[in-house]
Design a binder for this molecule. Structure first.
Ligand SMILES: [Zn+2]
Length: 412
């Protein structure tokens, strides 16, 4: 059998070139599709992560603020004297690494689709000093890990080496065991068991700002185990903690409470003893001085009245370590009641990666008076919480931001 010539097998050079080109184009297309969907996945997974964080923050905030009373919520720094007062809607946070962009044109974040989000720096907050002079400043994004002298990563403008951040203080009817407590009076009003403080904190380990929830309980003022009613209180059992108290025999000031003879938080704030207490600066119990502020790492709340009876209440909490000092001193004629304690309690994480935290109310927050973003409704607390996440995306680092606004109506 003879083969008819050498039958050519394989492909011509041209065919190979064409095939290769087609292959390369196809591979590139596949690669682009893959990369694009990877980017989409990165964006989507961050969005889902932020979404679940936001849901967690929402559930904590909604419960506490719904169970509170509109009369027992502070949303602003307040420094008050009997004749004059000054207040801002913000804390001034000068922690190392915390800074704030105040460029009103700064678009510092994008949504999941890459569209710019309205710059928060368009919001304005105001400060009223004791002479009544009004100062206003921009409220831009808070950066929590920039070295001193840095510029804003979003717009390149210089940042302020400190931030104006929002916080809130409120009374809660939940005790240290988490139980909702009602007074035994005829109207079954909530028996205020805790002072809660919501304050942004920069974690020095991660460099990320978080909104955290700090609590001081009524039982912290007693050396009695809240679970059993017997001494000792576990909070004072830890090494380094201590508790000191003294009261004159026959002290009867807390006579509306259960059990009789124990103070309630209302007693501590009800300076005129009319059975009500208000944090509202327009309608408050008369006092000589009051402040709710940040000082370095410390959050503090302090109020006192010098006469006719001396009444002082002081709480100070270290934002980083949870170290807590409480001090309470009341007199009534020749009698007096004194409590002093030190302990450590860790705060609860509410939201991580916080870039904005605003708590505003119509009644206690000047922010609402001139700012269209403020609260108009009398009985609403408005909470604006911004969170972000940075990740590598097409064209460099992208920042995904989620700003949620809660409007909560306190029910008690
Ligand atoms: Zn900026």
């Amino acid at each position: 059998m003879v083969h008819s010539g050498a039958r050519r097998s394989g492909f011509t050079l041209l065919e190979v070139l064409v095939a290769s080109t087609v292959l390369v184009v196809l591979m590139a297309a596949i690669f682009l599709v893959l990369r694009s969907s990877q980017d989409d996945y990165a964006v989507d997974s961050r969005a889902v992560e932020l979404q679940s964080q936001a849901a967690r923050a929402r559930s904590i905030l909604e419960r506490d603020f719904t169970e509170a009373s509109i009369d027992y919520i502070y949303t602003a720094r307040i420094a008050n004297t009997s004749s004059t007062y000054s207040f801002t809607s913000k804390f001034y946070d000068a922690s190392a690494g915390v800074s704030q962009c105040q460029n009103s044109a700064c678009v510092w974040s994008v949504d999941a689709q890459g569209a710019p989000i309205e710059p928060r720096s368009n919001l304005t907050s105001i400060y009223v000093d004791w002479t009544g002079t009004v100062y206003s400043y921009r409220v831009g994004k808070v950066w929590s890990s920039l070295p001193a002298g840095s510029t804003c990563p979003a717009c390149g403008q210089p940042v302020l080496p400190a931030a104006n951040v929002g916080g809130a203080m409120l009374l809660s009817p939940r005790d240290s065991l988490g139980d909702f407590v009602l007074s035994d009076g005829p109207d079954n009003r909530p028996d205020w068991q805790a002072i809660l403080l919501y304050v942004p904190v920069r974690d020095t380990k991660t460099g990320v700002s978080a909104l955290r929830r700090f609590a001081v309980y009524l039982s912290d003022l007693e050396n009695v185990d809240p679970a059993t009613g017997n001494p000792p209180n576990p909070i004072y059992a830890a090494p380094g903690s201590y508790f000191y108290d003294y009261e004159t025999p026959g002290w009867t000031l807390w006579d509306n409470d259960n059990p009789v003879g124990n103070p309630s938080l209302l007693d501590l704030f009800d300076l005129d003893q009319d059975g009500t207490v208000s944090f509202d600066p327009q309608n408050r119990d008369v006092m000589d001085y009051e402040a709710f502020d940040l000082s370095g790492d410390w959050i503090y709340y302090y109020r006192y009245r010098a006469s006719p009876d001396y009444r002082m209440f002081y709480v100070s909490i270290n934002r980083g370590t949870g170290e807590t000092w409480i001090s309470l001193y009341f007199t009534a004629g020749a009698e007096y009641f004194y409590r002093y304690g030190y302990f450590v309690r860790q705060s609860e994480l509410v939201a991580r990666g916080v870039t904005t935290a605003d708590f505003s109310m119509n009644r206690t927050n000047p922010y609402s008076i001139t700012n269209p973003e403020g609260v108009v409704e009398e009985n609403i607390v408005r909470i604006t919480l911004g969170m972000d996440a940075a990740f590598a995306g097409p064209g460099g680092t992208r920042r995904l931001d989620r700003v949620q606004i809660l409007q909560v109506c306190p029910k008690n």
